[in-house]
Design a protein around this ligand. Structure first.
Ligand SMILES: [Cu+2]
Length: 185
């Protein structure tokens, strides 16, 4: 049965521009910063040299419940992959937006808040429809093999649990399954 009342996931989009560091491949989970500062997580989409396909690192993420957490996703994959329907849209966030931090194809070094990407700019998604959450982040394609695209958003997730997330881009020879886990609590 589909819950029809208030959204059970609240995600706030961080408006402040933060500095994006090169964190490709770093297995960073939760960085508990100084007292009073928000926790942050950096995810990367990096190539697996064994297969030549791209995947998330890390794939298993834990975030604190009922606390604002800044998430940055850095995508090094220069190839677009097909997504359908609503997976081009940002969902589950306050104002249905994320901060597009930069993408050379769009000629921007630091970006605006966006609520969707054009389909030919989507490379991967971070999607979790479970446990009352309806989270979808479309990840823009990297402008070239040496330049990543970066998006940033803030989560505030109230309901505890462990759920699966996945990338909704079509599976092809160049795009294997991308799945992982997210624990809230
Ligand atoms: Cu993907």
């Amino acid at each position: 049965m589909q819950p029809s009342s208030t959204p059970r996931a609240r995600l706030l989009v961080g408006i402040a521009v933060s500095v994006v560091l090169g964190l490709a491949g770093a297995a960073v989970y939760v960085v508990s910063s100084a007292p009073g500062a928000r926790a942050s997580i950096a995810l990367s989409i990096v190539e697996d040299p064994a297969t030549g396909t791209f995947g998330y690192s890390p794939e298993v993420v834990q975030i604190p419940r009922a606390e604002q957490v800044d998430i940055t996703i850095t995508n090094w994959d220069p190839m677009p992959h097909s997504v359908s329907g609503r997976y081009m849209n940002v969902s589950g966030t306050m104002a249905e937006m994320m901060v597009h931090m930069g993408n050379g194809m769009m000629g921007r070094l630091s970006g605006p808040m966006v609520g969707a990407l054009p389909p030919d700019l989507v490379s991967h998604t971070f999607t979790m429809v479970a446990g009352g959450y309806d989270l979808n982040i479309p990840i823009p394609v990297a402008p070239n093999a040496g330049t990543p695209s970066v998006v940033s958003f803030t989560l505030l997730m109230d309901l505890p649990g462990t759920f699966s997330w996945s990338c909704m881009a079509e599976e092809t020879s160049a795009h294997g399954p991308m799945v992982g886990g997210l624990t809230i609590g």
